[in-house]
Design a protein around this ligand. Structure first.
Ligand SMILES: [Cu+2]
Length: 123
C-alpha cells in the first residue's frame, strides 16, 4: 500500500509541475527557436566545412527564404544556384545571409570547386 501511495504522490507532483509551467509550449511545431538561434521561420543555414556544404540537401518552403551561409574553411567559396539566379561569394571565414525566392527545387554549387554541390528542395 505504501508503494501505491508513493506512486500517486509522484503522479500528483508531475501534474502540479505541468500545470505550473503555463507555457503552452506543447503546441509549438517543429524545432524551437532555442535550437535555431535568431533564425525566423522561412530561414535556413548552410555551413561550408572541408570543401563540403553541410547539409547538402536543404528543404525550404516555396517563396522567400533567408539562407545564412557560413564558410568555416580557410579558402573562399561561392554559393551559386544552378540556374545562376544567385551567385554569392563567401570568403574564407565569412558569414553571409542571402534571400532566395524559390518556386521549385534547384541545385547549388561552388563555382571555385565544382565538386561542391547541394540541393535546395522546395517542399
Ligand atoms: Cu568552394
Amino acid at each position: 500500500m505504501a508503494m501505491v501511495i508513493a506512486v500517486l504522490a509522484l503522479a500528483l507532483t508531475l501534474v502540479a509541475a505541468g500545470c505550473s509551467s503555463d507555457s503552452g509550449d506543447e503546441e509549438s511545431p517543429g524545432p524551437t527557436d532555442e535550437e535555431s538561434g535568431d533564425l525566423a521561420p522561412g530561414s535556413a543555414a548552410i555551413n561550408i566545412v572541408d570543401l563540403t556544404f553541410e547539409p547538402t540537401t536543404i528543404t525550404v518552403a516555396s517563396g522567400e527564404t533567408d539562407i545564412a551561409i557560413t564558410n568555416a574553411d580557410t579558402v573562399d567559396h561561392t554559393f551559386t544556384l544552378d540556374d545562376d539566379s544567385v551567385d554569392q561569394a563567401v570568403a574564407a571565414g565569412e558569414n553571409v545571409t542571402i534571400t532566395v525566392d524559390l518556386s521549385a527545387s534547384v541545385g547549388f554549387h561552388c563555382v571555385i570547386h565544382p565538386a561542391m554541390t547541394g540541393m535546395l528542395q522546395v517542399a
